[in-house]
Design a protein. Structure first.
Length: 248
C-alpha cells in the first residue's frame, strides 16, 4: 500500500511533465539499492525511463573527465562540489540524497570480532591477517582511522584495496581478506559476508551522497524531477531500509 501511495503521489506531483524522457545517470555505488527501488517507483509514477551506470568514485571521475555526458550525477557531496568547480555539474544543482556511515564485515559464518569501542577495534585490526578497504570515500577515511588508532604502520602490509567499482564484500566473500570496511549500505546486502556493525561512535563519520545536474544534460527537467522524487520525505523509508539515512 505504501508503494502504491508513493507512486500515486508521484503521478500527481509530476503530472505536468508532458513528455516521457530517458534520463541518463552516472552514480557511485553506495546508494545503489535504495536508488534502484526509488527509480522503479519514479518510472511508474512519471512514465520516464532511467538508465543508470554504477561504478566506483575514481571511475566516475574518469568518465566525466573524458567528456562522457549524462543528465544526472550521484556521488559523495564533496565530489559533486568538485565536479561543479570543474564545470561538469551545474552550479546550484547539488541536492543531498542520503548519508551512510562506514561499517565492518567478515566472511559469512566467521566469528564476528569485537568492534564495540576504539580499543576493541584496534585489537581486532592488529589480530587480523588481512584487511580490505575501498578506493571510495570510506577507504580514504579508513586510512585516517588507522592513523588515529596508531596502527597504520603495523597493518600496512596486510591492507588490500579494491579497484574502483569493486565492492569490498568481494574480497571478504572470496577469503582474500579476513575483515573489510566500506559504506554500511554496500555491506548489508552483499552475498557471502556477514555485516558486523558500524564503526564505534567516536570513530564514525557519515558521508553524504548527493545528486547534481550534469552540464551536458539533455533531459535536465526530467533529471530534476527524479532528484525531487528520491529526496522527497516519502522516500525516507526506502532509504533507511537499505542501510542509509535520509539527508534531512
Amino acid at each position: 500500500m505504501k508503494t502504491a501511495a508513493i507512486v500515486a503521489a508521484g503521478a500527481l506531483l509530476f503530472s505536468g511533465v508532458a513528455k516521457a524522457a530517458e534520463i541518463k545517470v552516472l552514480s557511485t555505488q553506495a546508494t545503489q539499492q535504495a536508488y534502484l527501488e526509488l527509480v522503479e517507483q519514479f518510472e511508474k509514477a512519471t512514465g520516464h525511463k532511467v538508465a543508470t551506470v554504477f561504478t566506483g568514485t575514481l571511475n566516475v571521475q574518469k568518465r566525466l573527465a573524458d567528456g562522457e555526458a549524462y543528465d544526472l550525477i550521484i556521488m559523495a557531496g564533496p565530489a559533486i562540489d568538485e565536479q561543479i568547480g570543474l564545470g561538469k555539474a551545474i552550479a546550484g544543482s547539488r541536492a543531498d540524497f542520503a548519508k551512510s556511515g562506514t561499517g565492518v564485515a567478515v566472511r559469512k559464518g566467521a566469528a564476528k570480532p569485537d568492534i564495540g569501542s576504539a580499543a576493541a577495534l584496534k585489537k581486532t585490526l592488529l589480530a587480523a591477517k588481512s584487511i580490505g578497504y575501498s578506493t571510495g570515500p570510506s577507504g580514504v577515511y579508513m586510512l585516517g582511522v588507522f592513523e588515529k588508532l596508531g596502527i597504520a604502520g603495523d597493518i600496512k602490509g596486510r591492507l588490500k584495496q579494491t579497484p574502483s567499482g569493486v565492492f569490498v564484500g568481494t574480497l571478504i566473500a572470496s577469503g582474500e581478506t579476513e575483515i573489510g570496511f566500506q559504506q554500511i549500505s554496500e555491506l548489508v546486502h552483499f552475498p557471502g559476508i556477514d555485516y558486523v556493525g558500524p564503526l564505534p561512535g567516536e570513530l564514525q563519520r557519515m558521508t553524504m551522497f548527493s545528486a547534481g545536474i550534469h552540464t551536458g544534460a539533455k533531459q535536465a527537467d526530467a533529471a530534476k524531477a527524479l532528484v525531487k522524487f528520491i529526496t522527497a520525505p516519502a522516500a525516507a523509508a526506502v532509504i533507511r531500509k537499505h542501510g542509509l539515512e535520509p539527508a534531512q
